[in-house]
Write a protein that binds this ligand. Structure first.
Ligand code: NBP
Length: 640
């Protein structure tokens, strides 16, 4: 029952193998010491070995293993053992199968380790050929070389429990993380982690005739990566290191509920399940509590960045049980994008459904930002007569003067995308879809009694956009058409930029205020500056403003009263107001810009007309009112 530590050059198999042998007080065999002289010569010259070069060497190693077994000795062998066929030769004739430990790591890490090596025949030019030859072992303990040799050896010893009666190795306990749902996001997240050397078990449901062998085909397409595919949940769960860590990447709602019902009986105390979809935060709060009663940790993990972000590094917003987060923080941090200081765009957000709440608000801000950009585009294109390339020029200037953002970047790219010589955008139906998070943010603001005007307006604008037929008919019925603003001195490109900046600041203020209120009411202790930090990269609303908000949000209180925001909004108030007014005068519907401006005007109104509302309420319903000439906590009713 000997051990074999395997992996490509630079994976550290000799170091780890030797240390393991020391700790277990076993004899150590380094396969490199047994190469034929001709092979060593070839490798020193950077010439990859062929199978023919290896047969004799592998047989020699097998002989050593057999000898050890015959004398009742356990040994630790460090050997590249790249192909299944090689491993077969090494294990031939052994009564007990080898306990295989596969060390894997990112190519860059392997390369830099080889670069630092002195006096070894294996040069980094051979690494590429080794990686091409490598057939990842299924029946092995997969360990990532980000850990120190000491940590790796501890993990090996914990895993194989040398004293157990049946230490022989099965396919169980090989993957660091399991992902359920091989849709757009699930696949990209799996590729992200597996590409970094983390072994991932992947599962997709089977729908006969429609969805079959989805995970298997995905792993097949990416066979150089440590992906272990499954179509059966029990095997999938069995393939995970304990405590198990499972990420659900399925449609929110019923699918999550059904899957939780199916996997719960397969889990053990201390295991962890994460929901990375856009679930409603109230559902997550309920699930965290329910799973806790079964001693299983549950996290609601907001994930932003779309397909590309998931693949290259998303922004992650985990919330739920802190103890659960600690079990998976290493993987989440490894998965996430990095901020400008190299810190992961991932932080423990708070308890209950806090992670999904924060993701919901992220999407609310995203809705408003998208609509605000669409309104600016509309004014440029249909009221100021700018061509798409002219708008690109203006938006590029915005990027270069403080308004850079991912959404602005993609808008510029969209305005340049041609199909058959014409702008693709002009062929896209102007009816916007939505999946719910904008509406949920609005509902949350209503429940928490806080304002969210421009975000709510963005949601409603999408509803209205979907009424394409009615809009076409109405335009005929009422005869209202876009009017040109060319030559109107009050509206030019610079003012439009300032108006957009005003809307942007107010949109963000709404979003962060909603989170501040939720934090107070649910006692979540949200760190708004930290939330802004994890939104500076990887996510859809990353922007230069977000970088600035990280600092501003270190001060408590509403964002609209922060000195920097006061200064900026004061400086642009006039062009902001004039742009919205001129746009509406020219028949442009500007739901988000006008909602932001309206709120801002209301926010600055010392004497509002709400006294009249209170009088009306008391008049018809005896709802009482407070008086300005009496203590503020006393209520009065008048017989009107
Ligand atoms: P997809 O539609 O691409 O994939 C959905 C996955 O859910 C598929 O694997 C599907 O399996 C699986 N699924 C469904 Br649908 N019903 C199921 C059920 N009853 N049991 C088991 N599996 C089921 O979605 P996606 O874009 O990958 O999004 C996944 C989650 O992540 C969603 O909650 C989404 O809101 C969220 N999200 C998406 C993005 C994004 O940019 N796309 C960003 C951030 C968060 P099947 O293949 O067999 O139908």
């Amino acid at each position: 029952m000997s051990y074999m530590v395997m992996g490509v050059s630079g994976s550290g198999k000799s170091t780890v193998g030797r240390l393991l042998a020391e700790r277990l007080q076993l004899h150590f065999i380094d396969a490199d010491d047994h190469h034929l002289a001709t092979s060593v010569e070839k490798m020193s010259q950077g010439i990859p070995l062929t199978d023919d070069d290896r047969w004799e060497w592998l047989q020699k190693l097998n002989h050593l293993l057999q000898q050890a077994e015959n004398t009742n000795q356990e040994v630790v062998l460090a050997c590249s053992a790249l192909k299944g066929q090689y491993r077969q030769i090494l294990g031939e004739g052994l009564a007990s199968p080898l306990k295989i430990i596969y060390l894997h790591g990112e190519e860059d890490v392997l390369r830099s380790r080889l670069g630092n090596r002195k006096g070894h025949f294996m040069t980094d030019v051979l690494l590429q050929s080794q990686l091409q030859t490598l057939e990842i072992p299924q029946e092995a303990l997969h360990l990532n070389i980000v850990h120190t040799p000491e940590e790796l050896v501890t993990q090996i010893m914990q895993h194989f429990k040398p004293d157990s009666a049946s230490p022989s190795f099965t396919v169980s306990s090989v993957a660091s993380l399991g992902i359920i749902g091989m849709g757009v996001m699930g696949k990209s997240l799996a590729l992200n982690l597996a590409g970094k050397g983390i072994s991932v078990a992947v599962f997709n449901r089977t729908v006969p005739g429609k969805e079959e062998q989805v995970a298997e085909r995905f792993a097949e397409e990416n066979q150089t990566l440590p992906l272990l595919p499954f179509s059966e949940l029990p095997q999938f769960v069995q393939a995970l290191e304990k405590p198990r860590r499972i990420l659900l990447m399925v449609k929110a709602g019923r699918a999550v509920e059904e899957l939780l019902d199916q996997i719960q009986p397969l889990l053990e105390e201390g295991d962890l399940v994460m929901d990375g979809g856009n679930s409603q935060y109230q559902d997550t709060t309920r699930r965290v509590a329910e799973m806790k009663t079964r001693q299983v940790h549950f996290l609601g993990v907001g994930i932003s960045g779309g397909e590309e972000g998931a693949l290259k590094g998303p922004s992650l917003m985990p919330g739920g049980e802190k103890a659960g987060y600690e079990k998976v923080a290493d993987i989440l941090n490894f998965l996430a994008a990095q901020d400008k200081n190299g810190k992961p765009c991932c932080t423990y957000v708070g308890p209950d459904g806090a992670g999904h709440f924060v993701k919901m608000v992220h999407n609310g801000i995203e809705y408003a930002e998208m609509q605000a950009l669409a309104e600016a585009y509309q004014l440029f294109r249909y009221h100021l007569n700018f061509s798409p390339s002219g708008i690109v020029e203006e938006f590029t200037k915005w990027q270069e003067s403080g308004l850079n953002s991912y959404l602005l970047e993609i808008t510029i790219a969209i305005l340049q995308k041609q199909e058959d010589g014409t702008l693709l955008l002009d062929k896209i139906l102007d009816a916007a879809d939505q999946k719910g998070t904008g509406g949920w943010s609005t509902a949350a603001a209503l429940e928490l009694g806080t304002s969210l005007d421009s975000i709510a307006a963005a949601v409603m604008a999408r509803h209205l956009s979907a009424l394409k037929e009615q809009r076409v008919q109405a335009a005929t019925l009422y005869g209202i058409e876009p009017e040109q603003l060319v030559g109107v001195p009050l509206l030019h490109a610079q003012q439009l930029k300032q108006a957009f900046e005003g809307v942007k600041l107010i949109n963000h203020a709404f979003g962060f205020e909603l989170m501040r209120q939720a934090s107070l009411q649910f006692q979540w202790n949200l760190n708004l500056s930290e939330i802004a930090r994890i939104w500076t990269n990887g996510c859809i609303i990353r922007s230069q403003l977000m970088e600035e908000l990280v600092e501003m949000l270190k001060t408590e209180g509403p964002l609209l009263q922060h000195p920097c925001i006061v200064e900026r909004l004061s400086a642009i108030f006039l062009p902001f107001k004039e742009t919205v007014a001129a746009g509406i005068k020219a028949n442009a519907a500007l739901p988000v810009s006008s909602a932001a401006l309206n709120y801002f005007l209301g926010y600055n109104t010392v004497q509002s007309p709400a006294n009249l509302i209170q009088a009306q309420r008391d008049y018809f319903g005896a709802h009482t009112f407070r008086r300005t000439d009496q203590p503020v906590d006393q209520y009065f009713h008048v017989d009107w």
